[in-house]
Design a protein around this ligand. Structure first.
Ligand code: URA
Length: 432
């Protein structure tokens, strides 16, 4: 290697800026194993404390992106646009948005993750559909994109392998919550998809990765700046995650809610966010029509048809579209009643996510297996009025003891006060 690893760590530790060559050399050394974990851990901690400017973060992103395979989609003539969400509670937007936008003529090469901790993952939700394959090879992925314009798969080992190693190390060295490291991690994987554009849903609030609006804004701005420097159109929506999105939380339950939304029977907030993100995807794809065309594709059934195509191409059981009993859904229900009358002031979304883990529907470590059948239905949003003993939530779980234990805790998720409380605005800001 041309550089001394210790010099590079020292330089970053002293708050100086590493240049493109230095960063590329460090990341490729780590990917190939010539730089050990302990030196990368020191580097990550130096970045954590000293930060990185936009250009340095872009160089880090590109170095991580080039650590693996770049998917080349130039043969597909449609605009290639994806969406990324920083994750939340009940966030099943991708399941509706990918087929919806693809039905408008956009190519959507969607690579998603699994749930971890309090946030859910699109892959786990998709895998609750019997037979559904989410591990396609890059060749199969491209073939499906060429044929139907959309595929929804999991991260492959070939894409940004540096990120996989670095993320695992960040997890055990208290360096996850660093904005340049998060931005580079997300963008390295997304840019490797060969996109023309990317729409980001950066969430803030109790169920989000970023609690504070200001941090979410800084993360969004950083990712937009990476887009500008790599010539990929990136737009971000900043959205409130203090309420669960939709009514259902849990893998199979969210598939049902997404299908209901594609049948034009979905909850208002899920529809609002899906349409807003879809409009931005169409805008950067250069397709006119905005929300009107998206709404038309739902009304006409074309968006649902595209979802069916995704399921059938990926080996899933299409009969679930009309017969939800073919999905693994718990039969046992426990109702949660409001202990007093008043207004809902707080819903502790983080806690709801962790209670899903307790039910078995989420995971604490990447190795944990999940039970797709369980989850919650939350009837109320912040600002809603409740009567004493009104049903505000429901637990669906066939394991009686678990359901009873979680029921007691789910009650504490809601803060009800006499004082009037205003509803939360879901979409707070658009950043270009
Ligand atoms: N999601 C990612 O992909 N990377 C991070 O660092 C954080 C969230």
């Amino acid at each position: 290697m041309k550089f001394h690893v210790i010099d590079l760590i020292h330089k970053k530790r002293s708050g100086k800026r590493l240049n493109k060559e230095e960063i590329h050399s460090f990341i490729s050394g780590y990917t190939w194993g010539t730089i050990p974990d302990y030196q990368m851990a020191a580097f990550l901690m130096a970045v954590y404390f000293q930060g990185m400017d936009f250009q340095e973060t872009t160089n880090l992103t590109q170095a991580m992106m080039h650590s693996g395979t770049m998917i080349r989609l130039a043969d597909i003539k449609k605009p290639k646009i994806d969406k990324h969400s920083t994750g939340g509670i009940g966030d099943k937007v991708s399941l509706v948005l990918a087929p919806l936008v693809a039905s408008c003529g956009v190519c959507v090469p969607m690579i998603s993750g699994r749930g971890l901790g309090h946030t859910g993952g699109t892959l786990d939700k998709l895998e609750s559909i019997p037979g559904m394959r989410t591990h396609l090879s890059i060749k199969e992925f491209k073939k499906q994109l060429t044929k139907i314009g959309v595929a929804m798969i999991g991260q492959t080992a070939e894409i940004a392998p540096a990120d996989k190693k670095m993320y695992a190390l960040r997890d055990v060295t208290a360096t996850v919550d660093s904005i340049p490291l998060i931005a580079a991690s997300i963008m390295s994987k997304k840019l490797a998809e060969g996109l023309d554009g990317l729409v980001l849903d950066v969430k803030f609030g109790s169920g989000a990765f970023m609690n504070d609006f200001e941090d979410a804004e800084e993360l969004a701005e950083t990712m937009i700046q990476i887009g500008k420097r790599t010539r990929v159109k990136v737009v971000a929506l900043l959205t409130d995650m203090n309420n669960p999105l939709g009514e259902y939380i849990g893998n199979s339950l969210e598939i049902i809610e997404a299908i209901e939304t594609l049948k034009n029977r979905g909850p208002e907030d899920l529809m609002e966010l899906t349409i807003a993100l879809g409009e931005l995807m169409l805008e950067i794809a250069g397709i006119e029509g905005g929300s009107k065309i998206l709404e038309r594709k739902i009304m006409s059934g074309e968006a649902l048809h595209k979802f069916k195509e995704i399921i059938s191409h990926q080996g899933g059981d299409l009969r679930i579209i009309e017969d939800y009993s073919r999905l693994p859904v718990a039969k046992n229900k426990v109702r949660i009643l409001a202990p007093k009358a008043g207004y809902i002031h707080i819903i502790d979304n983080f806690k709801i996510g962790m209670l899903l883990v307790k039910l078995g529907g989420g995971r604490l470590t990447k190795e944990d297996t999940i039970d797709p059948s369980c989850g919650f239905r939350i009837y109320k949003k912040i600002g809603d009025v409740v009567k004493k003993r009104e049903c505000i939530g429901e637990i669906l779980c066939d394991h009686n003891t678990k359901a009873r234990v979680v029921a007691e805790e789910l009650n504490n998720v809601f803060t009800i006060r006499k004082k009037l409380c205003r509803p939360k605005r879901l979409i707070r800001e658009i950043i270009y």
